[in-house]
Design a protein around this ligand. Structure first.
Ligand SMILES: CC(C)(COP(=O)(O)OP(=O)(O)OC[C@H]1O[C@@H](n2cnc3c(N)ncnc32)[C@H](O)[C@@H]1OP(=O)(O)O)[C@@H](O)C(=O)NCCC(=O)NCCS
Length: 174
């Protein structure tokens, strides 16, 4: 389904999905809500997601973090956070992609990844990396990255803990 499809007379459904890269003070709470609502992340991971927004609010571009927010009908439905990997010439990390559960499977996550990739390419980026867990719970996340064109680049067994490896996905931008 396209992120901008119309489904009913509900204003949030008939509005198009738009994207913005500017970060506002209220985004720290929105990021907390969105990441928490997915049910995928621990309290410490949620705190890290919010810290990245705080870093950007204090340091701006010098934080190394960039954001894209997906909005519809005045509501923020999801976001992506990415940034240049400091010691590389052309590699970027896709740190976070999260979409509110009630708006998942509508193409918003893919659109956020595409927006991030376009921004990365415009900055000379050629390789994008995304990391996730090998645990069964993250099967849908791995499927999402694969459907977005990412390939498994490395697997580090037991990285996060017993039975919890790290899967590194990579995509070469054309
Ligand atoms: C992963 C996530 C961002 C996907 O967002 P989304 O808006 O639902 O994704 P899209 O609708 O754009 O789907 C893009 C593709 O991924 C696939 N996909 C999405 N969710 C999937 C799932 N749960 N299982 C299998 N495939 C899935 C879709 O089928 C689609 O592929 P297709 O068009 O070829 O059929 C969202 O589910 C989420 O926030 N999950 C929790 C947080 C997370 O794991 N984030 C990533 C690590 S930081």
């Amino acid at each position: 389904m396209d992120a901008g499809n119309t489904m009913s007379a509900n204003p949030i459904m008939i509005s198009p999905t738009t994207f913005r890269s500017g970060v506002r003070a209220e985004d720290r709470e929105l990021v907390r809500q969105i990441v928490s609502a997915t049910g995928y992340f621990s309290p410490s991971e949620i705190a890290v997601a919010v810290e990245l927004v705080d870093e950007f609010l204090v340091k701006g571009a010098a934080s190394g973090y960039q954001f894209i927010f997906a909005e519809r009908g005045g509501r923020t439905l999801g976001y992506a956070c990415f940034g240049h990997i400091a010691v590389t010439t052309h590699s970027f990390d896709l740190y976070w992609v999260a979409v509110r559960p009630e708006f998942q499977k509508e193409g918003i996550g893919r659109a956020l990844v595409r927006q991030a990739e376009a921004a990365i390419a415009s900055q000379g980026g050629k390789r994008v990396y995304a990391e996730t867990s090998s645990r069964e719970q993250y099967g849908p996340t791995r499927a999402f990255y694969e459907r977005c064109g990412y390939k498994v680049d490395a697997v580090q067994d037991e990285f996060y803990g017993p039975g919890d490896g790290k899967v590194v996905y990579a995509k070469v931008l054309s």
